[in-house]
Write a protein that binds this ligand. Structure first.
Ligand code: FSX
Length: 312
């Protein structure tokens, strides 16, 4: 069976209609800052391009990133994601365990060296040679040192792997660090605690479409997702500031304004596209639900961004 037929069948069996799929491609193209003319190309890339192999390493974290990626955005998203990439190693999702899991990892490294994406969620404990984070008898530090340099690119999903995040918060007894700090290696960072999975998919799809990673800012973040601040895009800003742009995104209740800056909102210094893509099938996002942004996708989160209710 050809790959596009296989994907079509998998989607049908998962209850995903062609219309759902095209809506998703439209959202993806808007998120990536591409014109609507890219929608059919994205659909084609998702259903026909060879699936890039992925090794997913889970280190010091709460598993919120994997949960957010695989379970909540769209009811069918988890299954769909596994059609886009070939998840060759993911401790939580894969069938083998123990020695079988170790073998899967080694087989993938051998077969796809220089051609797989290494996705990392979680920070890397580095104190005392990394003994505070062990997987299968090896330190996370050792695993990362073995796997990441062999990848086509290391994609850090979540603030912990991107910048250290909560595990690196003071007093940080495990010496938790970002992948870049721990290994001295350039990474693509998709921060957020948790990040929006559409930004991970957009990064992979950019590679499928154009054969390269998206343009990054000085902190390694894809510009399509992190090029503007939450405040720049926020629905709660006066719609007069938004002009025509406002009418396409603002909800009527948000048009009244009610900026949460005085309640400590960190939107003015937090780079992320939460107001545009939202969470849970585009239902809402924290500020729309009435809570100030806590800056979870910025370097220095948690220490630098707290206390959360103190204005900047
Ligand atoms: Fe960190 Fe992710 Fe926050 Fe949790 O893997 S970014 S603590 S949502 O799980 O790493």
């Amino acid at each position: 069976m050809k790959r596009d037929e296989h994907v079509a069948r998998a989607m049908r069996e998962g209850g995903v209609s062609r219309r759902d799929f095209m809506k998703f491609c439209t959202l993806l193209s808007a998120t990536m800052g591409l014109s609507p003319s890219f929608v059919p190309r994205i659909a084609r890339a998702l259903t026909t391009a060879p699936r890039p192999p992925v090794v997913w390493l889970a280190f010091a974290e709460c598993t919120g990133c994997a949960e957010s990626t695989f379970r909540t955005t769209y009811p069918w998203f988890d299954q769909f994601l596994l059609e886009i990439v070939s998840m060759d190693f993911h401790e939580t999702l894969m069938a083998p365990s123990g020695e079988g899991a170790k073998k899967s990892l080694q087989d993938t490294l051998k077969k796809h060296e220089g051609a797989f994406f290494c996705v990392v969620d979680g920070a890397i404990p580095t104190a005392d040679n990394g003994v505070y984070g062990m997987v299968g008898g090896r330190t996370m530090l050792e695993l990362a040192r073995e796997v990441c340099p062999k990848a086509l690119a290391t994609l850090c999903v979540g603030t912990c792997s991107s910048y250290g995040g909560i595990p690196a918060a003071a007093p940080n007894p495990t010496g938790a660090k970002s992948v870049k700090e721990a290994l001295g290696l350039e990474t693509v960072n998709i921060p957020g605690c948790p990040p929006n999975p559409i930004n991970f998919v957009g990064t992979v799809v950019n590679h499928l479409l154009f054969g390269k990673l998206p343009q990054l800012d000085h902190l390694g973040r894809p510009l399509f997702a992190y090029g503007k601040t939450v405040h720049d895009l926020c629905h709660r800003r006066s719609h007069f500031e938004w002009g025509e742009f406002a009418t396409s995104f603002q909800s009527p209740e948000a048009e009244k304004g009610y900026c949460l800056y005085e309640l400590g909102c960190k939107g003015p210094e937090t780079h992320n596209n939460c107001p545009l893509v939202k969470f849970n099938e585009g239902t809402s996002w924290p500020v729309q639900a009435g809570h100030p942004c806590i800056g979870c996708s910025e370097p220095g989160f948690w220490d630098r961004l707290s206390p959360f209710y103190k204005p900047l």
